[in-house]
Write a protein that binds this ligand. Structure first.
Ligand code: FAD
Ligand code: SF4
Ligand code: SF4
Length: 480
C-alpha cells in the first residue's frame, strides 16, 4: 500500500499551494498562500522517496518524523498523520508556515539534490494540523497527576509556551509571566499576519489556558517582581525572555523624527490588526500610509517591515542592505514575495546620514563593495569611496537585528551568568543557569534565532526541569 502511494517524485512535479495575486495580497494582512485541497496534499506527500536515512528529519531542529507523516498523508490517514506530527512539536502548523524550510527540511530533501524539487514538507505539515483543528482532532493538553510542584516561566514566546505545555503535561502547576498584554512573544507582536495569522497563535494560547496554565500578562519581571521574588514563589524558574535590544545605526540625524525601530513599527501594526487603540499609529508616526519608506537591514525583520509598509499604502518602499542578494541573511523566498509586492531592493548600500533636521526627509547612502571573507566566511562590506547617493524618505525603519538586554541588572540578579554577548549562560547538558533551579531557553540563550529552535529548546528544557524537580522531591522524601 505504502509503495503504491509513495515515490512519485519522477512523474509528479513539485507544487506549492498557490499564492494569492500580489496586488490583492498587498491590500490586507491575511496569509498569502492558499491551502492545499486534500487530493493535492496527498499527491505532494506521495512524492517522498521514503529515505532510509531521511536528511529532512536530520535537518529539522525537532527531528520530526517527516517521511512517516508524509506516507500517512499520502495514504489518506490524516488523523494518524496529525498524531505523529503532533508527537514531536507543540506548534506544527506554525512551523509549517514560518520555518525557513529552504534552509532546513526542504533544503536537505534528497529529491531536491536529484533535481526533482524537494517534497513540499512545510506546506503538508501546515495542512495536516490545520485539518486537525478543523476536524476537532486537536485534543486538550493531557494534564498529568499533580506533582504539587510549581514552575514560573518568564516569557510567553514559543520557548516559554512549549515548555509550559510539557511541564503541565508532567503534572506541575505552571505560571507564565509576560510583560505584554497577550501571550505569544514574537509570534504575536513581531511576525506579521501575512506570514502567520494571529488566530493561529491565539488558539494555541487558549488551549494552554484551558489546561490550567496561569498567564500573568502585563507582568514585567524587573518591574513587577525581581527574579528572587519569583524563585521564592516557585520550585523552579525558566527564563525565556527572547532578545529585544535593537542594534543601532551610528550616523548623523539618526535621532530625527520619522526614524523608528523595526519592532515598534511591527508591534504597532500587529496591535492594529487586533483592533487595539495605537496612538502612535493613528497619529502617523508608526504608519507608512502615503510615505516614502526606507528600511535599513537585510534580515527577516527587514523583510517583514517592507511588506508591512506596502500593505499600509506607502508611496514607495525601498530596502537598503549593505551586502548583495546572495549574502543577505533573510530568506530568498521572502525577498521574492517582497519584490512581487512592489518593494525595491537597493543592494550594496548603507546609510551615512539622515537629512531633514527634526523630521527626516531623506537618507544619504554610500555604495558598498564586498571585500575578503571575514571569520564567519561572509564577505565583509566596505565603502566604495565617492559613491554617495540620496533617497527621499519620510519614514526610515531600522531593522539591524537584536541583542540581549542586560538581564542581571533588569532582574536584580547580579549573579545570573551571561556571555560576552549578554545572552544567558546555560549549562549545555542541563540548561540550568548559574542560579540553582533557574533554567533558560530560546533566543535569550542562543541569540536571535528561529521559532523552531525555540520550540525545540522549550521541549528540552521542560524535560530537564522535570527531572530536576523530581530529583529534589525524591531527596526531600528521603530526608524526611
Ligand atoms: P520571544 O518570542 O521573543 O518571546 C519572549 C517573550 O518574553 C516576549 O513575549 C516578551 O514580552 C517576554 N519578556 C521579555 N522580557 C520580559 C520580562 N522582563 N518580563 C516578562 N516578560 C518578558 N523565526 C522564524 O522561524 N521564522 C520567521 O519567519 C521569523 N520571523 C521573524 C520576524 C521578526 C520581525 C522577528 C523579530 C523575529 C522573527 N523570527 C522568525 C525569530 C523568532 O520570532 C524568534 O526566534 C522566536 O520568537 C524566539 O522565541 P522565544 O520564545 O525565545 O522569544
Ligand atoms: Fe520543516 Fe520546520 Fe516542520 Fe521541521 S518544523 S519539518 S524544519 S517546517
Ligand atoms: Fe522524503 Fe525528502 Fe525526507 Fe527523503 S529527504 S524522506 S524524499 S522528504
Amino acid at each position: 500500500m505504502a509503495d503504491d502511494a509513495m515515490l512519485k517524485f519522477v512523474g509528479r512535479t513539485q507544487s506549492y499551494p498557490d499564492k494569492r495575486p500580489a496586488d490583492l495580497r498587498a491590500e490586507d494582512f491575511r496569509e498569502i498562500a492558499e491551502r492545499y485541497a486534500v487530493p493535492d496534499a496527498e499527491a505532494q506527500a506521495g512524492r517522498c522517496s521514503q529515505c532510509g536515512v531521511p536528511y529532512c528529519s536530520v535537518h529539522c531542529p525537532l527531528h520530526n518524523h517527516i517521511p512517516d507523516w508524509l506516507r500517512l498523508t499520502a495514504e489518506g490517514r490524516l488523523r494518524e498523520a496529525y498524531q505523529l506530527s503532533n508527537s514531536t512539536s507543540t506548534m506544527p502548523e506554525i512551523c509549517g508556515r514560518i520555518c525557513p524550510q529552504d534552509r532546513l527540511c526542504e533544503g536537505n530533501c534528497v529529491i531536491e539534490f536529484s533535481g526533482h524539487g524537494a517534497v513540499t514538507i512545510g506546506s503538508v505539515e501546515k495542512f495536516i494540523t490545520d485539518t486537525a483543528w478543523e476536524q476537532g482532532w486537536v485534543e486538550p493538553v493531557h494534564v498529568g497527576a499533580a506533582t504539587g510542584q510549581s514552575v514560573g516561566i518568564i516569557g510567553a514566546g514559543p520557548a516559554g509556551l512549549s515548555a509550559a505545555e510539557y511541564l503541565r503535561t508532567a503534572g506541575h502547576d505552571v505560571h507564565v509571566y509576560d510583560r505584554h498584554d497577550r501571550a505569544g512573544g514574537l509570534l504575536t507582536y513581531g511576525i506579521p499576519g501575512f506570514k502567520l495569522e494571529k488566530e493561529i497563535v491565539m488558539r494555541r494560547v487558549a488551549r494552554l489556558e484551558e489546561a490550567g496554565i496561569v498567564f500573568h500578562c502585563g507582568f514585567e519581571v524587573g518591574r513587577d517582581a525581581s527574579l528572587d521574588d519569583l524563585r521564592a514563589r516557585h520550585d523552579s524558574i525558566l527564563i525565556a525572555t527572547g532578545v529585544y535590544k535593537a542594534r543601532g545605526i551610528k550616523a548623523p540625524g539618526v535621532g530625527a523624527g520619522g526614524v523608528v525601530e523595526a519592532l515598534e513599527y511591527l508591534t504597532a501594526s500587529n496591535r492594529k490588526g487586533f483592533g487595539d487603540a495605537v496612538p502612535a499609529y493613528d497619529d502617523g508616526s508608526l504608519n507608512a500610509a502615503g510615505k516614502h519608506v526606507v528600511v535599513v537591514g537585510g534580515g527577516d525583520t527587514a523583510m517583514d517591515c517592507v511588506r508591512t509598509a506596502i500593505r499600509q499604502g506607502a508611496a514607495s518602499v525601498k530596502c537598503l542592505y549593505r551586502r548583495d542578494r546572495a549574502n543577505m541573511p533573510g530568506s530568498q523566498r521572502e525577498v521574492g514575495n517582497a519584490e512581487e509586492e512592489g518593494v525595491e531592493f537597493v543592494w550594496l548600500s548603507a546609510p551615512e546620514a539622515f537629512d531633514g533636521g527634526d523630521t527626516v526627509s531623506g537618507v544619504r547612502a554610500a555604495r558598498m563593495r564586498l571585500g575578503a571573507p571575514d571569520a564567519s566566511g561572509r564577505r565583509a562590506p566596505e565603502i566604495d569611496p565617492g559613491s554617495g547617493f540620496q533617497l527621499p524618505a519620510d519614514l526610515v525603519i531600522k531593522a539591524l537585528g537584536f541583542e540581549a538586554e542586560d538581564l542581571p541588572t533588569l532582574f536584580g540578579a547580579p549573579s545570573l551568568g551571561v556571555t560576552r554577548w549578554g545572552t544567558v549562560r546555560a549549562d549545555g547538558k542541563t540548561m540550568m543557569t548559574s542560579l540553582d533551579g533557574v533554567f533558560a531557553a530560546g533566543d535569550i540563550v542562543r541569540g536571535a534565532s528561529l521559532v523552531v529552535w525555540a520550540i525545540r529548546d522549550g521541549r528540552d528544557v521542560a524535560a530537564h526541569m522535570h527531572a530536576w524537580m523530581r530529583a529534589r522531591a525524591d531527596a526531600a522524601v528521603r530526608a524526611a
